[in-house]
Write a protein that binds this ligand. Structure first.
Ligand code: UDP
Length: 328
């Protein structure tokens, strides 16, 4: 298939691009490099551009005769979304709508969307099934849910099919050591704990120790980025015009912040200093996926079934790339 991947130079995007190319797809990456990395994708696939530039986008979709779009480009920090919602509505909603309209007008029939477990808010039932009511508690989740609804309305009215993949917590790095997680500034737990283990940070702050969980810290479902990438390929093949799919993508197992810190200590053999701090705005106590639907319907089967196996790949990446990707 000829596929446009927006945000393809980012963390989950670049791992998906690698897998798409390995499976013989033709890939065009569209990325403004605000968070993505030039070195994370083969240079012949990369077009540097912004989703705001509708004419550029239109031209690319046409000349590359794109048949499917995988849309990763977005702002994705829960904390930042609570202090700068404008950025989230602009990037995640308006830019996405522009893209979707182009896709519709050109009759492109397949659209895979990076959604999130943050669309569930504080779930009434854990593990969370796709049928759980979606009631986000932060602007990031609000923007992602709003776009899911747009997709559903478009699929009902036009010959476009979509899959919304509701990621839980993406983590880990490519098994061959070529790709990994690099954010600037880094806000995600596993890389922060690893940086503390490497002596690049004095300590890790735990955001809240008074949650209603066994050790008082938040529980999340960490899923390996290569397993997420595989979910995109399976979804792409399953999409049918006029139909919408929505799947949770997580292991179905939760780990607390303290358990993540312990896993990094075990894998690295280092001690990580911890500072206990207040809760971060917008954080639900427990987010764990029921991922039976994608396993059953698409045959998805994660290759990294434990937190330890995920952290091992992340540790290897950060140890060998302490300053992220090499600058060209
Ligand atoms: N967290 C933390 N300290 C940090 C960063 C994150 O305690 O320095 C917690 C955060 O509150 C959440 C979990 O770790 O409960 C995972 O956060 P992350 O930002 O990695 O992902 P999110 O769940 O926000 O997508």
């Amino acid at each position: 298939m000829r596929i446009l991947v927006t945000g393809g130079a980012g963390y989950i995007g670049s791992h998906t691009v690698k897998l798409l190319l390995a499976r013989g797809h033709e890939v065009t990456v569209y990325d403004n490099l605000s968070a993505g990395h030039r070195a994370a994708v083969p240079k012949e696939t990369l077009v540097v551009g912004d989703l705001k530039d509708i004419d550029h986008l239109d031209h690319l979709l046409l000349v590359n005769r794109i048949e499917a779009v995988i849309h990763f480009a977005a702002s994705a920090s829960v904390g930042e979304s609570t202090t700068n919602p404008s950025k989230y509505y602009q990037n995640n909603l308006l830019n996405s709508l522009n893209l979707l309209d182009r896709v519709r007008r050109l009759g492109i029939g397949r659209f895979v969307f990076s959604s999130t477990c943050a669309t569930y808010g504080v779930p009434a039932t854990v593990p969370i099934a796709e049928t759980e009511p979606q009631k986000p508690i932060n602007p990031y989740g609000n923007t992602k849910l709003a776009f899911e609804r747009m997709l559903a309305d478009y699929a009902a009215a036009y010959p476009i099919g979509f899959a919304a993949l509701r990621y839980f917590n993406a983590a880990g790095a490519a098994a061959d050591g070529t790709l990994g997680e690099v954010h600037d500034p880094e806000t995600h737990l596993i890389p922060l704990v690893i940086q503390a283990a490497l002596g690049k940070r004095p300590h890790v702050e735990i955001f809240g120790t008074d949650y209603p969980t066994p050790d008082g810290t938040c529980i999340r479902d960490y899923i390996h980025v290569e397993d997420l990438a595989e979910a995109h390929l399976l979804a792409l093949e399953a999409i049918r015009p006029g139909k919408g799919l929505a799947y949770n993508v997580g292991l179905g197992a939760g780990a607390s912040v303290r358990e993540v810190i312990r896993a990094v200590e075990e894998v690295s053999g280092k001690i990580v200093l911890v500072k206990e701090g207040p809760r971060r705005a917008g954080d639900p106590p427990v987010l764990v996926a029921a991922s039976d639907a994608i396993r059953r319907e698409l045959g998805w089967a994660p290759k990294y079934p434990t937190l330890k196996s995920i952290v091992e790949t992340a540790w290897r990446w950060h140890r060998t790339h302490p300053n992220g990707y090499a600058k060209p």
